[in-house]
Ligand binder design. Structure first.
Ligand code: HPA
Length: 279
C-alpha cells in the first residue's frame, strides 16, 4: 500500500507544536491567499515557521507566508495558519491535510477556514464575502479523497457523514455578525478543484450549471478531514474575482492577492465577531 500518513507522524508533529506554545488553543484557523494580515491581529503571538516542523507540507506559493501563529484573539486561544499548502504543489491529499490532523490532536474544537475564490454566481462581486453552506468535492468525489488509505480509528469513523459539514450554529452566528457590522454576507456552494490552472469559460459555465457559487483550489479536503475528527467548521470565501463565464476577461494571481486587501477588514470583523460569540 501507499505511503499514507500515520498517526505516529501526526502525533510527532503535534508534540513539536505543543512543546513550542504556551497556550492550549480551542480554535484553529486557516488564512487563504491574500488573507494573511488577519494573523497580525493575534495578541502575544508565538510563531512557528512550517519548515521547522516534521512532516509539514511546505508551500512555495507567493502570498502564502507559511507559519503558525498562536496567541489570543477576542479572548480565545487560537492557532492560525498564515498560509496553506495546496494539492497542486504535488503533495498527496492525506499529507496536504496533515495540519488539520495536528489541530485535532492538539484538542482544537473549532475549525475556521477561509480562502480566496472566484465568484461563479453572477451576483457576486470582487471584495464580497461568501459563507460556505456546502461544498462540492470535485477532486475527491471519484478519486483522491483525503481519507483514502487505512482509517485512523483513533480520530474518526471509516465512513464519516457529510450531511452537515458546515456547522449550522456557527453559520447563524456569522450571519448575525455580518448584520451587526453592516456588511453583506453572500452564501453558497464552494467547489474545490485541483488547479493550478484557472478555469476555462466552458469549465465555469459547467460549474454554474451544477449549482456552484464560488470556485477555488483548497478547503474541501481540509473540511472533510476536520469533520472526520468531529471539529465544528465555519467556512468563508473571499470573492477575489468574477468568474469569466464568457471568456471576456482574464484571471491572475495578482488580482486574487489585491482583492484580499478589500476582503481582509471584513473577514477580520467577521472572525472576531464569531470568536466573541462562541461559548
Ligand atoms: N478560480 C479558482 N481558484 C481561485 C479563483 C478562481 O477564479 N480565484 C481565487 N482562487
Amino acid at each position: 500500500m501507499g505511503n499514507f500518513l500515520t498517526l505516529k507522524e501526526i502525533d510527532q508533529t503535534a508534540e513539536e507544536v505543543r512543546s513550542r506554545i504556551s497556550r492550549k488553543p480551542r480554535v484553529g484557523m486557516i488564512l487563504g491567499s491574500g488573507l494573511g494580515p488577519l494573523a497580525d491581529r493575534v495578541k502575544n503571538p508565538e510563531y512557528i515557521p512550517y519548515g521547522e516542523l516534521s512532516h509539514w507540507p511546505v508551500s512555495s506559493v507567493v502570498g502564502h507566508e507559511g507559519r503558525l501563529v498562536v496567541g489570543e484573539l477576542e479572548g480565545q486561544d487560537v492557532l492560525v495558519m498564515q498560509g496553506r499548502t495546496h494539492y497542486y504543489e504535488g503533495h498527496e491529499m492525506d499529507r496536504v491535510t496533515l495540519p488539520v490532523r495536528v489541530m485535532q490532536r492538539l484538542g482544537i474544537e473549532y475549525f475556521f477556514v477561509t480562502n480566496a475564490a472566484g465568484g461563479v454566481n453572477p451576483e457576486f462581486e470582487p471584495g464580497d464575502l461568501m459563507l460556505i453552506t456546502d461544498h462540492l468535492n470535485f477532486v475527491g468525489m471519484a478519486g483522491p479523497n483525503p481519507l483514502r488509505g487505512p482509517n485512523l480509528d483513533e480520530i474518526g469513523p471509516r465512513f464519516p457523514d457529510m450531511s452537515q459539514a458546515y456547522d449550522l450554529e456557527l453559520m447563524a452566528i456569522a450571519r448575525q455578525v455580518a448584520k451587526e457590522n453592516d456588511f453583506h454576507l453572500n452564501e453558497g456552494v464552494y467547489v474545490g478543484l485541483a488547479g493550478p490552472s484557472f478555469e476555462t469559460p466552458a469549465d465555469l459555465r459547467f460549474l454554474r450549471a451544477i449549482g456552484v457559487d464560488a470556485v477555488g483550489m483548497s478547503t474541501v479536503h481540509e473540511v472533510i478531514v476536520a469533520r472526520h475528527g468531529s471539529m465544528r467548521v465555519l467556512g468563508v470565501s473571499g470573492i477575489s474575482n468574477k468568474a469569466n463565464l464568457d471568456g471576456s476577461t482574464i484571471t491572475t494571481h495578482e488580482e486574487v492577492l489585491e482583492a484580499g486587501r478589500v476582503i481582509v477588514p471584513k473577514m477580520v470583523s467577521l472572525m472576531r465577531g464569531v470568536l466573541k460569540n462562541i461559548s
